[in-house]
Ligand binder design. Structure first.
Ligand SMILES: [Zn+2]
Length: 177
């Protein structure tokens, strides 16, 4: 089965139901269609200047995400991950501020594991298993959540979530459809 990708990518914000949809497995990770979709995603990520982007954020329900891998002095390398899966999470949890391109201007302290083990298909290279720590682990957890229809605000307690109700409504009013 060929993978289906949208012709034109539209950025999707809080309030758009696609953000709640669980993305489906990419069947042909090295196809030209997949490569073309990744090129378009990279353009969107560049425009929005983020550290990660999941396909549902640009209106596509395939399991593709882009991750900024930290390098010395910054985040120079953007790595596409296809069908990523977190296969292990460390016990140590860290609470840090997080944002999301689909929630402009909203930042929340979110608990994430400090270390994870990930399996993903790297285009042109095949499937790899690797460990990620700290900020990289956080970015990957955030993007894999997206592919499962989970948003960063879902990790907040009911009490903390109620504190950002107004901001959420403002984002949905301004950007949602
Ligand atoms: Zn996000």
């Amino acid at each position: 089965m060929p993978d289906e990708y949208p012709e034109k990518l539209e950025f999707c914000y809080w309030g758009n139901p696609i953000l709640r949809k669980k993305a489906v497995t990419v069947e042909n990770p090295d196809s030209e269609d997949t490569a073309e979709f990744i090129r378009k995603m990279r353009k969107k990520l560049d425009e929005h200047d983020g550290l990660g982007l999941a396909a549902n954020q640009v209106g596509c329900d395939r399991r593709v995400c882009l991750i900024a891998f930290p390098e010395k002095g910054g985040f120079s390398e953007i790595q596409p991950l296809i069908n990523p899966k977190i296969i292990e999470s460390g016990d140590e949890i860290e609470r840090k501020e997080e944002g999301c391109l689909s929630f402009p201007g909203l930042y929340c302290e979110i608990d994430r594991p400090k270390s994870i083990k990930v399996t993903a298909y790297f285009p042109g290279e095949g499937e790899k298993t690797f460990e990620a720590f700290d900020i990289l682990a956080r970015i990957i957890c955030h993007e894999v959540d997206h592919l499962n229809g989970i948003l960063f605000i879902d990790h907040l307690s009911q009490m903390r979530r109620s504190l950002i109700k107004k901001e959420l409504r403002q984002i949905a009013d301004k950007y949602g459809k």
